[in-house]
Design a protein around this ligand. Structure first.
Ligand code: ADP
Length: 509
């Protein structure tokens, strides 16, 4: 029994660090390891990683997690990889060496190019093919920037010498000893080179960005065959059977596999994904359309929204203003007052995301009186997380059958019971929070383990993931809900107006 191949190794390669966990079929985490790596900011707005250092962090954390679990690699049925999305790597196939620093999703160096493409009228063509908006966030203009800046690369790429990939592809290439160059639909859908319609690379987009098809990875299902690890690595060949971008892995891990199911991750910012089923829905203003997984890790679709500042508002009240010592204290502070007493805090500290997309908006606090105390401000920051979620969800629920039955919650700030209850009250639906943390890593463990047969059915995986806390909406809450949302929207308009007045004064359009 002890030598059965029934464990899954999940690799969660994030923006600040890499985590590896060994999971058994009962959903228990047997061993884990985490390592941070360097962030480089060589110029204002630029963010780079060293792909070699990322690989080293993955190699080290995987072997440490195996040691911590006391599990020999022969017991691994599968590996799953989830990763920071959009980050762009180019490497030499023969040497396996990256040729330039990885350009991270946060990097804004291609802002001007995106503006130019917009002026040239390419926005709608890109939107209809990819479901994305023209923004430096995605890989397309980053890869174009690398190919333009390095003479000879296009020719070498066209002859098959150079490879492009997001972090998943890069790790697969290294894990398989340079034998497999592949990605999955969820990661591919963030590159701006991939067509949601065909589920493959799009010739028109490749032409637009000057990307030779020969450098692109093969696109596979998230529960799929991504080769086996180089035996030199763990001393055993382990199949890689699950790959998904971080948000889509969390969506899968939350059991959101069907149309109308949604999750929100309450972290520094928050990411909301609403599953739209096997068919791509109509594009919605201010919302991205993206690839997601069905119940077996096949190709499906989701709407995605981003709230740029969520838990970070609590961080700012803590570190910037010193109003609390620990983010967790926000819960008792919010409970200690009856209401925010008219105070509304729009934490647009880095602009506003879905559905407003107003980069010039800034944090705005309205409704202050002589009676305002720090508890009111802290409560207003938590309320803002919930109201932003309402805004993003309302933008997405364009069709009556997308009406939510419940919202699944995860991320650091989801630990706050008061926030979860308030969210349920203002949404008017239940909020469900799994007891398990690490939903992203567990999600990709599920995708890999289903393919390997560790779990025969997706429900078995979900049951292994454990229980959930449920927060039901206050049945009498609808008046409070409407008044709260109205006040919030008024404050958001104020924040946007403030930016618009400034633009007008400076003669900007
Ligand atoms: P990320 O993965 O984005 O780094 P996490 O999911 O770890 O973030 O969540 C951390 C964020 O959540 C921080 O911004 C912190 O202020 C906030 N946070 C953590 N615990 C709580 C809590 N109990 N109540 C409210 N906010 C919290």
């Amino acid at each position: 029994m002890s030598q059965q191949r029934n464990l899954v190794l999940a690799i969660d390669q994030g923006t600040t660090g890499s985590r590896a966990l060994v999971v058994d079929r009962d959903g228990r985490i047997l061993g884990t390891s985490y390592r941070e790596f360097r962030q480089s900011f060589p110029e204002p707005g630029w963010v780079e990683h060293d792909a070699e250092e990322i690989w080293a962090s993955v190699r080290d954390t995987t072997s440490e997690a195996l040691t911590a679990a006391g599990a020999p690699p022969e017991r691994l049925a599968a590996i799953g990889i989830t990763n920071q999305r959009e980050t762009t790597v180019v490497w030499d196939r023969a040497s396996g060496r990256p040729l330039a620093p990885a350009i991270v999703w946060q990097d804004r160096r291609t802002s001007e190019r995106c503006q130019e493409l917009t002026r040239l009228g390419h926005g709608p063509g890109i939107r209809s093919r990819t479901g994305l908006v023209l923004d430096p966030y995605f890989s397309g203009t980053k890869l174009e920037w690398l190919l333009n800046g390095n003479p000879g690369w296009r020719e070498r790429a066209a002859s098959g010498d150079l490879a492009f990939g997001t972090i998943d592809s890069w790790l697969i290439f290294r894990l398989t000893g340079s034998r497999v160059h592949a990605t999955d639909h969820t990661n591919a859908s963030r590159t701006m080179l991939y067509s949601l319609e065909t589920g493959d690379w799009d010739p028109w987009l490749c032409e637009l960005f000057g990307v030779p098809g020969a450098m692109l990875p093969d696109v596979r299902n998230s529960s799929g065959d991504f080769g086996v690890t180089d035996p030199e690595l763990f001393g055993a060949e382990v199949p890689i059977l699950g790959v998904a971008g971080d948000q889509q892995a969390a969506l899968f891990g939350q059991g959101c596999w069907e149309r109308g199911e949604a999750k929100n991750t309450y972290g520094t910012g928050s990411f909301l994904l609403l599953h739209t089923g096997k068919e791509r829905g109509p594009d919605v203003e201010g919302v991205l359309t993206t690839s997601a997984c069905d119940r077996r890790g096949g190709r499906a679709f989701a709407y995605e929204g981003a709230v740029l500042v969520a838990g970070a508002a609590i961080q700012w009240l803590r570190d910037g203003l010193g109003l609390l010592e620990d983010a967790a204290d926000s819960e008792s502070m919010a409970r200690s007052v009856e209401s925010a007493e008219g105070v509304v805090f729009v934490p647009a500290l880095t602009g506003l995301g879905t559905p407003w997309w107003e980069p010039d908006a800034r944090g705005t606090i309205v409704g202050l009186t002589r009676g305002t105390r720090k508890e009111h401000l802290v409560r207003a920051a938590l309320e803002a997380m919930a109201y932003s979620t309402v805004d993003a969800l309302q933008a997405m629920t364009t069709s009556p059958d997308l009406d939510l039955q419940s919202l699944k919650a995860d991320g650091g700030a989801a630990a706050n019971d008061w926030l979860m209850q308030f969210q349920a009250d203002v949404l008017g639906v239940s909020v469900r929070r799994p007891a398990a943390t690490e939903l992203t890593a567990l999600g990709v463990a599920g995708l890999a383990g289903l393919k390997a047969g560790v779990w025969a059915e997706p429900e078995e995986f979900l049951a292994a993931r454990g229980s959930e806390d449920q927060f039901g909406p206050d049945p009498q809450g609808s008046t409070m809900r409407q008044a709260g949302v109205r006040g919030w929207r008024r404050a958001v308009r104020t924040a946007i107006h403030w930016a618009e007045i400034e633009d007008a004064e400076q003669g900007k359009p």
